[in-house]
Design a protein around this ligand. Structure first.
Ligand code: ADP
Length: 230
């Protein structure tokens, strides 16, 4: 699903953001990517989304080999995942319904299908009753749930949440984590990127820790280690 082999990313200014990163996130996993500010988390995300290319090494995401990916294939790569950005990135001039539907209109999906799917994902995140509201009238937690609904709109195999607790209060954070857990329980791979040590350790999930651009820890959930894998 996500595979990094000896990945290096050096920015033109000479900043070594990632160095010899090796990791494998399998289909259906729930993984935290944990690291302090400057550790390389955003760079990791940008590489997965192919907003940046690796300087060295091999990256595979959802069956796409990013080493030599053609430009015209990049939108397909991006559509194979759903990202909940830290700042939500909703369009303020569109209603909740339209924000979610918008993402589906770029593909050739029939309007009747869009209506069904948008209704479904909004009900999943508990916002059916706010479908005609504009994002500015929603709380931070609600905006984030719209962002999750939009990320889920084209049934991606992979959901990435970037600092999901960054812009909302603790209660809403827990709600978002519960929604992500529910999404994961039906088979979607979930990757949560965070700098919050406490958040990552509150759940019994795999935690990949990045520090100064390298993977310094990869802890599996307890059930796995007890199962005798070690
Ligand atoms: P994090 O998301 O964990 O805070 P980043 O991936 O943003 O970490 O940054 C990792 C390192 O790469 C930092 O030293 C940062 O200054 C550097 N960096 C990030 N983006 C750029 C860029 N566009 N140009 C140059 N250096 C960058």
């Amino acid at each position: 699903m996500i595979q990094f082999e000896h990945v290096y990313k050096t920015y033109p200014e000479g900043n070594k953001a990632l160095q010899d990163v090796n990791l494998h996130i399998k289909k259906g996993e729930f993984v935290f990517i944990l690291g302090h500010s400057g550790a390389g988390k955003s760079t990791f995300l940008k590489l997965i989304l192919r907003e940046e290319a690796a300087t060295e090494g091999k990256i595979k995401v959802n069956g796409f080999d990013l080493t030599n990916i053609k430009k015209r294939r990049i939108p397909y790569l991006r559509r194979s995942m759903g990202v909940v950005f830290q700042d939500f990135r909703l369009i303020p001039t569109l209603s909740v319904y339209e924000n979610v539907a918008f993402a589906m209109r770029v593909t050739n999906v029939k309007e009747s299908e869009i209506k069904k799917r948008v209704g479904y994902v909004l009900s999943l995140v508990g916002l059916s009753h706010k479908k005609d509201v504009y994002p500015t009238l929603l709380s931070g937690g609600e905006q984030q749930r719209v962002a999750l609904a939009r990320a889920l709109a084209h049934s991606p195999k992979l959901i990435i949440a970037d600092e999901p607790t960054g812009n909302i209060d603790p209660e809403m954070s827990m709600e978002m984590m519960e929604l992500l857990t529910a999404v994961n329980s039906v088979g979607t791979t979930v990757v949560v990127v965070t700098h919050e040590h406490d958040l990552a350790h509150r759940f019994n999930k795999r935690i990949i820790t990045i520090d100064h651009g390298t993977v310094v820890g990869d802890e599996l959930p307890c059930a796995y280690t007890r199962g005798g894998r070690a």
